[in-house]
Design a protein. Sequence first.
Lengths: 417, 164
Amino acid sequence: MLLGTAAFGALGPQQALSADGPPSSFDPALVRKGAQLAAIGNCAACHTAPQGKPFAGGRAVPTPFGTIYGSNITPEPDTGIGQWSREDFLRAMHEGVDRRGRNLYPAFPYDHFTRVTDEDVEAIYAFLMTRDPVRAETPPNELAFPINIRATVGVWKLLYFSKGAFQPSPSESAQWNRGAYLVEGLGHCTACHTPRNFLGAEKKSLDFTGGEAEGWHAPALNASSPSPVPWTADALYTYLRTGTADAHALTAGPMAEVTHKLANVAESDVHAIATYVASLDARPPEQREKQSRDALAKAPRKAEGPNGNQPGIANGAAVYAGACADCHDRGRSAEGGALPLPLATGLTMPTPRNLIRIIRDGIMPEENERGGWMPGFGGALTDGQLVDLVTYLRTLTSEPEWKDVPGDVRKIARGEE
Amino acid sequence: MITLEVNGQSHRVEVDADTPLLYVLRDHLQLNGAKFGCGLGQCGACTVMVDGEAVFSCITPVSVLQNRKITTVEGLGTIASPGPMQRAFIEEQAAQCGYCIPGMMMRAQALLEKNPSASEAEIREALSPNLCRCGTHMRILRAVGRAALAMQKASAGNAKGTGR
C-alpha cells in the first residue's frame, strides 16, 4: 500500500516550475566553464545527430528496449529548451523530468547527473542557452510496449533512482575526489563500463566490471581490467587526452569521441579523472607492476606458428602474417609500426566483438578530428578468414577461447549487433 | 602457385602467400593502374575492388584472395572505350598529378555499385580514406556525382530495353 502510494506520486506528472523564462544574458566566464563541463559530460554524443547541427538532437541511441532519440537542447523555444528556466533545467538534471514535469527516459543519465552540483549545472545551462538556436523536432522514440508508456519510467525511478549530491571521501585527496565527482556524476562512465540488469539499470554491485556501449564492449576498469599492461594514472591521462598511450591500443568505438572531447578540457580535470579511475584497480602495486613487466617482455613477438594444429588457427596465423604482421610486428617505435597485438585489450576482453569490429572497419578519426589510424579489412577478408584470424589472435593470450566467434562475426556483418 | 581472378581473367602466379596483391598486379600482371603510395593502407592509392568491396591492395595478401573476383581500374573500361566512372573523371578533368585517381575511382565505383544514388555526404564519407596531395577533391566529388548520374541513366535505359 505504501509502495502503491509512493508509486502514484512518482507516476503522476509534476508541474512546470515557474512562469519566468530564461535570463536574457549570461556571464561569459560561466559560459566557458559550462563548455568544459559539457565536454566532460559528452552531451553532444547523444544530442547531436551525425552531420547535424551541434546539440540539435536527433541522434538515434540504441537501447535493448528500442531506439531513443537525443533531444534538441539548443535554446530554440518550440523544439529545443528555449523556454526552460534555470530551475527547469536543474530539475531535469537532478530529477529526470522535463519542463512540463514528465519523466525522462534514463538513457539521459540523470542517475549520474543528480550528483552534479547546482553551480556546475548552472554553468552547463549558461553554455547551452548561448548556443545557436536550431529549429529541429526530435523524432519520436521507437520503444516497445510497455516501455513506450512514460509512467513505466516512474516505476523504474522508484526501483533504481536515488536523488542526491556527490559525497566526497574525506580520506582521499582533493584530486581523487574531483575525479570521483566527475566520473560518477557528469562523466557518467559507468553508464557504459558497468553491466546493466534486465530493466536497463546499472548493477551497482558490479560497478566498473565492464559493460556495453552501442554494440561495443566497454572494458572493466577495476581489478578485473583485461588490459595486459595494467593502467596507471599517467597512462590513463595520456590515453584520455590523445586516444592512446604507450603499451596500450588505440581508442575505438564510442570511447573515441570521449577522448576527442577530453583533449580540450582542463588538464587538471583529466588528471583527476585518471587518478580516480586508476585507483579503481585495487590489486597490489607489486602485482600490477609484475604483470606489466611480464606482458612487455612477451609482447614483441614476430608472427610465429600457431599453437596446436587446428586448421582454422593455422589459416588465421597465415592471414596475420600477410595482412597484420607488417605493421604489428614492427612495434610502435618503427615508422608506420603498430602495437604488438599481445598488448591489445581487444584480444583479452571477454568478447571478440570489439576486435571483429576493429579488423572489419579499421579505426578512423571522425571528420575533422585527429586520431590514430588503422585500415579496415572488411572487404579484404571473407567472414571465414576473419573468424580464423580472430580465433588465432586469441591464442596469443592466456585467456580461454571465445565461445562463438563465427556467430559474432555473422551478427556484426549483418548489422544485428 | 596461386590463382587469381582479375578483371574476369584467371591468372596463375608463383609468389609467396603473404605477397601483397598490389605487387602481383604491378610486377606480375603488368596492371599498373593501382599505385604504391604508403604501403600501409593509409593513403588509398592502391585501392582495388574484391567481390565488389574497396580494399587496400598494398596490405591484402594474395593468400586470402583465392576464388574471389578482383577488379582494378583497368577493369572499368579501356582508353578507347572508358567506363562511366572513367569518362566522368575525364570530363571533369579531375586529375592533377593523377597518382591517387585510380584508387579514388575504385572506391567510388564500389560505393556506387552498392548505392547508385549516394548523396554528396555519402560520397565524401566513403572516399575519406583516400588522400589527394594536389587538392583536386572538389573535381573528384563532381566526377563521382557525374558518374552516378551516368550510371543511373544507363541502368534506367537497360531496364527499358529489357522490358523490365
